[in-house]
Design a protein around this ligand. Structure first.
Ligand code: DER
Length: 234
């Protein structure tokens, strides 16, 4: 099976948790895209009804609109029944790294407001400990004096062998999030140990908006692999 087929399998499995009448957090990324497509299909077939979607990015908002999924926002729905989203890394405690698609702030707000947060991944996302792989830990920061904040982040984590790189968009310009902020990708080499301490230290830096570690937030992780589908629940 291709990686995209595995993503679709995990996504379709997660949509089985969706019931008519639910307020749903709609995730962002290539895996969540399959879940949003599936929800749109079931609505069209009349197998689901009275769904309200809360999109985690402008990209997902456009996808949901094109599928005719009724949309709203957190101001109107501060409590969400179920959110479905992908992840970049999942550790054995179901802690996540997210944000490689640049939507981590809205995802964390919406998924943090959800009674149930189902994560959908292909098996390649499973790691022994998050942040210690070659993949980056995204941090959303304000554009004002971004070099100052990036250096503060780098020195904060230099004990773990950290490089801080400003994420670039088109034509070498800084990538700008849906919220008008920048993203610094922290390439951390070693296991960061107590992730809660690292999270608090990052969030204390005044120029930081939010980071991509989603600690103790996932209620269920659906993993699709050539072995089949494995569902881990907190
Ligand atoms: O950027 C994000 O937060 C995405 O949800 C990411 O974590 C997963 O994206 P993928 O499904 O395209 O791998």
């Amino acid at each position: 099976l291709t990686q995209d087929e595995l993503k679709r399998i995990a996504a379709y499995k997660a949509v089985e948790f969706v019931q008519s009448g639910m307020v749903l957090g709609l995730g962002t990324g290539s895996t969540a895209k399959h879940a949003v497509d599936r929800i749109g299909e079931l609505l069209r077939q009349g197998k689901l009804e009275n769904i309200i979607g809360i999109p985690t990015s402008k990209k997902t908002q456009e996808q949901a609109l094109s599928l005719g999924i009724p949309l709203s926002d957190l101001d109107s729905h501060p409590v969400i029944d179920l959110s479905i989203d992908g992840a970049d890394e999942v550790d054995p405690d179901l802690n996540l790294v997210k944000g490689r698609g640049g939507s981590l702030l809205r995802e964390k707000m919406i998924e943090g407001a959800s009674k149930k947060f189902v994560v959908i991944v292909d098996e390649s996302k499973m790691v022994k400990h998050i942040g210690g792989s070659k993949l980056a830990l995204p941090v959303e920061i304000v554009p004002f004096c971004w070099r100052f904040t990036a250096e503060k982040l780098r020195s904060l984590l230099e004990g773990y062998g950290c490089e801080a790189n400003l994420r670039l968009g088109e034509k070498g310009k800084p990538f700008v999030t849906d919220n008008g902020n920048y993203i610094v990708d922290l390439n951390v080499e070693n296991d960061m140990g107590d992730l809660g301490l690292v999270s608090d230290a990052i969030l204390r830096l005044a120029g930081v908006v939010e980071h991509g570690m989603f600690l103790d937030m996932a209620s269920t992780v659906i993993i699709a692999g050539d072995f089949g589908v494995n569902i881990k629940t907190k």
